[in-house]
Write a protein that binds this ligand. Sequence first.
Ligand code: FE
Length: 173
Amino acid sequence: MDMNDRYRDLVAWDPPAFGQLGMRPELLGLPADDERLWVVIDENVWFRPLFFDMTTGSHCEILRVRRGGVLGRHRHPSPVHGYVIKGSWRYLEHSWVAREGAYVFEPPGEEHTLTVDDAEEMQTFFFVDGPVLYVDDDDRVIHVEDNLGLIRQCREHFDSVGLGADFVDQMIR
Ligand code: FE
């Protein structure tokens, strides 16, 4: 199986216009009902990686959480933008509920724990402009998640589902 067969219907790009300058091409993560794209984070919590920026340390992903799933308490030292594609979710630390079609901005320093109450799964696009610091109940950092760690996770996952560890490479700029 060559690279084009493996990635057909999942990701697309054209040759870079300025390849001689070392530019990497644009990227189109295609709509795909392919379970292999979802990387397990925790019980009932997955993310679909879309893009990793190794210059700024930002990344884009779709987070998917089903009822009962919890994305552990964490802090963002950089801004986060989110758009709810389907379903709804909330943070234990806030009173509001993010529903389908909602936009969410999280300022640097924001600390929260995400959970889903509804029967319908939620999917939210996130642009995360930096690392994620997981904290304990006393707000002490217990785990730093950056692009290097996320990419390592993706490599292991894509290798295990048969897409190949290098499937994630095309998402890196
Ligand atoms: Fe967050």
